[in-house]
Every structure is written in C-alpha cells, then in structure tokens.
Design a protein around this ligand. Structure first.
Ligand SMILES: Cc1ncc(COP(=O)(O)O)c(C=O)c1O
Length: 421
C-alpha cells in the first residue's frame, strides 16, 4: 500500500470490491478527500478537473448549495419513509414536475434507486402490459448492437452481447433480438424485415436516444428515432427510450427525445436526476401503459417495490436539481460547452492516430486508432490534473454544465497535451 495513502484507505481498501476491476492487476483507486464545483480534491493534495462529472451525474457541479440546503432541510423533517401505502411531498412533487417536463402523455412515474433497476422496471412493464391483455407470445425485446442498459441480469440481456462487458454471460441470458440500429439502407431493410416476420413475439424495443453511451459513445441521427417510433406504431410495440445518460440536458435539449420530436411509451431516467448527489431513478410510462395495469384482477398489478423507492432525501435533491434547471441557464451552458468542445477538440481530428472526433451537446468524444491501454491514459491524465475514464478505443468528456470557459479550456488542453505526448 502506498505510504502516502491515508489510514482509512489502508484499513478499508482490502475490504471493498471495486467496480469493473480485475483486482489482481488493477492499480488502487485515488483517495478522494472532497469535491467542489468541477474539481475532485485528492487526499495527496492534488485537485483534478472532473471531465466526466462522476459518470455523467453532477450536472450542476459538485456540492451545489441549493441542493445541499434542500437535502439538509429534508433530513431534518424525514430522511426516508416507505413508499408502500404511504406518500410524501418530495416524491409526489417530483413526479408531477417530471410529468410536466416530459413530452405528451409520459405522466406515470415509478421511482427506483438505480438506472439498471429503472430499465428492469421498464422491461417488466412492457412484458406485463401484454400478459395483462392475454397476449402471452410477446416475450422478447428488440435491442441494438453497441447499446448499454445496465449490469443487472435482465438489462445485461439487452446490452450488446459482444461489447465486452457482459460477453462472458451471453449464453446464460434470455436471448433477445439484437439488431443493428436502422441507420442506412441495409440496416433499415434488415430491421423492417425482422419486425415484419417477428413482431408478434416482441414486447418492446429499447434504445438510448441520440447517443449509445457506455457501448462506445456512438451518435445517431434523430431520424433514426422517428424510424423506430414509426416501426413501433406499425407493429404495436412498446418503445422504451433509455435516457439515463442523455436525460436532463446532456445532448442539448432537456430530453434527447425532444430533438427527434418523438415520444416513447416508457422513458427511464437516473444519473443527473438528483444533480449527482443521490441514488434515484425513474421509469415514466404513458397513460396508455399505466391503464394496461388497471384491472379487477389483483394479479394484473405491477409487482415491483424497491425498499428505498422514492427516498425522500433523493427526491428533495431531485426537486432542487430541477429548480436549478429552471433558475439557471443550463441548456445555454450546454450549447456553449458544445461550441467549446468543437473548437478545442476539433483540431485533434488531424492528429495522427486519432480516428474520429465528435461532439453533441456537452459530450465530446475522441476515438483513437489503437488505444492499447486505457488505464495508462487515465493515469497520465490524472497526473496532468484531469479526471477521465477512457474505455475501448475512446476518451470522452462529459463535464458538469457549470464548468467555466477557463476550466473547459484547461480540461481540453490537458487532454490534447496528454494525447500528443
Ligand atoms: C443508458 C444507461 N442505461 C442504464 C445504465 C445503468 O445505470 P446504473 O449504473 O445506475 O445502474 C447506464 C449507466 O451507465 C446507462 O448509461
């Protein structure tokens, strides 16, 4: 153990199981003392500009005083009460606000505590919607290559099977229809043909709108989403948009679906829902989906209810986060970040060994011809003062929307320098 590590690290690290790590070879994580604004302060005295806003959550930067005060106020009144048979103002207020913010009839909010569970709930809603109508043959989902929807068993089955993260499990998971996103003539023809032949077996279709995030930060045109909506309508399928990454301004509109003018039947939200302060997720369904569960048969109810569902502290944080979207110019800041990322990362496209540079909203992606050691690149970036998490062949920036122009330049400039070294 590094002599510079604090005592709590030395005592505790041998007892945690970190995420996505081969612990035989992984370097130990960096010990964090605190966060503030767009910076992570390490125990060894260094400060890193966070280029990825803690896995895309901290949209207002860290420790925003408005969220902090809302959580403290809620902590004094009631940190948590079970949601089964009881209701409270933070959750119901949040549900009403989300219903108002989301387009059209996305009006029924089911709260849970992580993105993966929100997707599980969406899948369960879609499957049971058909079962409740007596249609027992609709048991599969259409999902798309390069997609990512979570790490729980159900969601693993709709992630790209070969993308690496869950490939070990591929033989064990319930098989789904894994198609290429219909982006060109060939993939459109295959997609249409598959649905023409199999629609009766399909409960729903899942997609991350505009950006397939953890599967490689791959962008697609809003037209693709219109095509999915039209196909879902043609075949009567439930269309699920997983906006866990894209929701709350990341792609330039409050929700990515707005850019396409398309309304899904179910949308999943998490990540920036609480402004990056607490675990909370939501699965929001249209009235039509909700009505499909109304019945005199108790067996037609949605049997799901996480213990910490609608946690009052998390809902208070989410309400405060929505206040900030109303009071502060977040979408304008995203537009400014987009311009900055284009200007500042764009020149990398001409550098040897860089395959592609792409930007949409507050997401900047640099794709590298051969990124042999993403961890080494991460370490070099941290040594130079920025926190990023390269994976596969990309390094991406998804900073907090509150990042100032100077810090954005520091972030991109440092990345440029490290990539050129
Ligand atoms: C699009 C998408 N769906 C689902 C998830 C899973 O969310 P969680 O890690 O909170 O379970 C993620 C996480 O990165 C995601 O990006």
């Amino acid at each position: 153990m590094d002599a510079k590590q604090p005592a709590w690290f030395a005592a505790g690290f041998p007892h945690v199981w970190p995420p996505y790590s081969q612990m035989k070879t992984a370097a130990p994580p960096l010990a964090v003392e605190r966060t503030e604004g767009v910076r992570i302060y390490l125990e060894d005295g260094r400060a890193l500009i966070d280029g990825i806003a803690s896995w895309w959550t901290a949209c207002h930067g860290y420790n925003h005083p408005h969220i902090r005060q809302a959580v403290i106020r809620q902590l004094e009144i009631m940190p948590h009460v079970m949601f089964g048979g009881l209701a409270h103002a933070p959750a119901l207020t949040l549900a009403a606000r989300l219903a108002k913010l989301l387009p059209d009839d996305l009006t029924r909010v089911f709260f849970s505590d992580s993105g993966s569970v929100a997707v599980e709930v969406a899948m369960k809603m879609a499957l049971q919607f058909w079962l409740n109508r007596g249609e027992h043959g609709r048991t599969k989902f259409v999902a798309f290559r390069d997609g990512y929807h979570g790490d729980t068993l159900g969601t693993m089955a709709v992630c790209d099977p070969g993308e690496g993260m869950h490939s070990l499990f591929s033989g064990l998971l319930p098989p789904q229809a894994m198609l290429n996103l219909p982006t060109d003539a060939a993939s459109i023809a295959t997609f249409d043909d598959y649905l023409d032949r199999n629609a009766g077996k399909i409960a729903g279709m899942l997609v991350e709108p505009l950006i397939q995030g953890a599967g490689g930060m791959i962008f697609h045109d809003p037209e693709v989403l219109r095509r999915l909506r039209a196909a879902a309508d043609r075949h009567g399928l439930i269309l699920i948009f997983d906006e866990i990454f894209t929701g709350f301004g990341r792609t330039g509109t409050m929700f990515a679906c707005e850019a396409a003018g398309v309304v899904p039947d179910i949308v999943t939200l998490s990540k920036a829902l609480t402004g990056g302060t607490m675990a909370l997720a939501a699965t929001v369904a249209t009235g039509r989906i909700f009505d499909g569960f109304l019945s005199d048969d108790p067996g037609h109810a949605l049997m799901h209810g996480p213990t910490f569902m609608a946690n009052a502290l998390a809902c208070a944080a989410a309400n405060a986060s929505l206040d900030l979207f109303e009071r502060e110019p977040r979408l304008r800041q995203v537009a400014e970040i987009e311009v900055g990322l284009r200007e500042q990362l764009g020149p990398l496209a001409k550098v040897g060994g860089i395959k592609d540079v792409r930007v949409t909203g507050a997401v900047g992606v640099v794709q590298i011809d051969r990124l042999n050691d993403p961890k080494a690149l991460q370490r070099a970036c941290a040594e130079a003062g920025i926190w990023v998490r390269p994976f596969r062949d990309i390094v991406y920036l998804t900073p907090s929307f509150t990042i100032g122009a100077d810090d954005l330049e520091r972030l991109t400039g440092t990345l440029r320098k490290v990539l050129a070294a």
